[in-house]
Design a protein around this ligand. Sequence first.
Ligand code: AMP
Length: 456
Amino acid sequence: MTPATQGAGQGFAELGLSDTILQGISFAGFDKPRPIQVQTIPAAVDGRDVLGLAQTGTGKTAAFALPILERLREHRKARPRALIIAPTRELATQIAEQTRALARHTGLRVITIFGGVSQRMQTGALRRHPDIIVGCPGRLLDLHDQGYLHLDEVETLVLDEADHMFDMGFLPTIRRILKQLPKRRQNLLFSATMPPDIRGLASEVLRDPHQVELAISQPAQTIDHALIAVAEDRKRDLLDRILRREDCRSAIVFTRTKHRARRLADQLWKGGHKAIALQGNMSQNARDKAMQGFRDGQYQILVATDIVARGIDVQGVAYVINYDVPMTAEAYTHRIGRTGRAELAGQALSFLTPADKRWLKAVQKMLGAEIRRHKEKGFDSGYNERNAPQQVVAGAFGKKKDTKAGPPRKKRGPEPGRKRGSRRGAARSGESPGGGGGRRPGRKPAGKRGGRPRSR
Ligand code: AMP
C-alpha cells in the first residue's frame, strides 16, 4: 500500500484490491468497506459468480465495480470486457459515474449505452475501445445487432436490479444478450428481492455462486417512515404543509402516473416550490436536467414516478413522500430507500386514502410490522379502517405526542377515477425514448420562499 492509500484504503486493502484501485477508492471518498463490499469483493476478485440479495443504498455498485476494475486493470483489449446491465438510464448513468471515479487511476474506459438519446454519440464511444459498458437492455441489443457493440470478449457480466428488469419486461431482451456473450465468463447478479422468476434466471446464469444476502425488503434502519391518512382531495394541501417544514430541505414526491407527476410539479411550482417532474414521458435530456438540477440543489422537490424509485442515489434527500402509495410492498421499500441513504437519517411519509386499505395490509405483512401513523392537525383522516394502528409516536413529524383526533371526518366515496396504472407500463417507460416533451414548470417561482435555505 502506498502512503496515499493508507487510512483511506484500510479495510479495502484486505479485500484483495491493489494499490491502483485503492487510490480510486480514496478518490471516491470511501473510508471503510460496507458489509456488502466485504462479503462480495474477495469472491468476485477471485473470479467467482455472485448472487447478491441487496437493496440499493447498501453500496452494491462498488461491490461489483471494484472486482471488475481489479480484474481488468492489468491489460486492456480492443473490445469491451465487462458488461453491466441496469434497468433504467438514470441507474446506468449513476453506475457509470461511480465506476469511473473508482477507475480513476486505472486508465480503464467506462461508457453508457441506453435508449432515448441519439445513438451516434454511443457508436462513437464504442469505436474508442471502452473496457466497461454500462447500459440498458434495449439499446445494448440494438447496437449489438447493428454490429457496433461486440460482446465476444466480455469476461464479466453484471445484472443489476434483476427483479426490476424483470418487472419491466426486459427478460427476453436480456436472454438474447446473454446468447451473444462468451460461455466462459463471470456473472454477478444483484436483486433486491428474489421472486421465483429471478431465482430461475439466477440458476440458469450463475455457476456455483457465492451468495450474499443483506436485509431484503426491509427499509434501512435510518429511515423513519409513517403513514398519514388523508382524503384524496386534501393531498395537495397536506403536501404543501409538509414541504414547508423547516427540516424539509429536499424531497422526492412519488405519484402513481406520469401525468400526475407532471401536473403536481406544475402546481407546486406555481405555489412557489422549486419543484421539477421526472417521469418517463420526458426526453432523456429533460430527465437528465431534472435529475442534475435536483442533485445540485436547483430544485428542492423532485416529483417522480417509479422510474426513479430504484437505485437512484441522491445524497441528503430529507423526505420521501408517497403522494400516491406504490403498487406493491416491494416498491414501497424501494421508494422510501431514496432517503436515509448512506447511513444518514431520512423520513418517509405515505399518504393513505380509503382506497389504499388493501395495500396497507400487504405492505405491513411484508414488513412484519405496523407502520407508524402520523396525524396532521387539520386534515381529515379520510381513512377509516377499524383496526388500523392508532398510536401516534412523537418524532420526526411532531415534537410532542399528538393524541388528539383531527376534525370530524367527512364521509367520502372512493376517489373519482382512481385506477391503478400498470406497474409494468410505467416502469417500462424507463427506457422508452422520450416523447412527452419533458416539460418542467415553465416559469420562475412567483417569489423567493423565505426561511428555507437549501443545505444539500
Ligand atoms: P449504492 O448502493 O451502490 O447505490 O451506494 C449507495 C451510496 O453509498 C453511494 O452514494 C455510494 O457512493 C456510497 N458508498 C458505497 N460504498 C461506500 C463506502 N465504502 N463508504 C462510503 N460510501 C460508500
